[in-house]
Design a binder for this molecule. Structure first.
Ligand code: CU
Length: 98
């Protein structure tokens, strides 16, 4: 077996491993966080959500009492996101479509 052939096999094996990762879908979800009561609440909530594995973007609005999260649905679930806000003292619920 030549070196080129071995490298070719290695590259093919790598491609197989990488494919499922590329297939992971990015989801956006909005959570209602009704107990936010001052301008610093969103900072706490944002930090907690950013620590959840798979979360790539967090936007928290105090005015709307809302957190909008972009996450990889292969690594995180809505339940994980809700738990993260609850663990820092802010129970949240999935916002229904308006
Ligand atoms: Cu506050």
């Amino acid at each position: 077996m030549t070196t080129t052939r071995i490298l070719g096999i290695a590259a093919a094996a790598l491609a197989c491993v990488a494919a499922p990762l590329a297939a992971a879908k990015s989801q956006t979800v909005a959570l209602n966080v009704p107990t936010m009561d001052c301008a610093t609440c969103p900072i706490t909530i944002k930090a907690a959500l950013n620590k959840v594995p798979g979360v790539s973007k967090v936007k928290v609005s105090y005015e709307k009492r809302e957190a909008v999260i972009v996450y990889d649905d292969a690594r995180a679930t809505v339940a994980d996101l809700k738990k993260a806000t609850e663990d820092v003292g802010y129970p949240s619920m999935l916002k229904t479509a308006r």
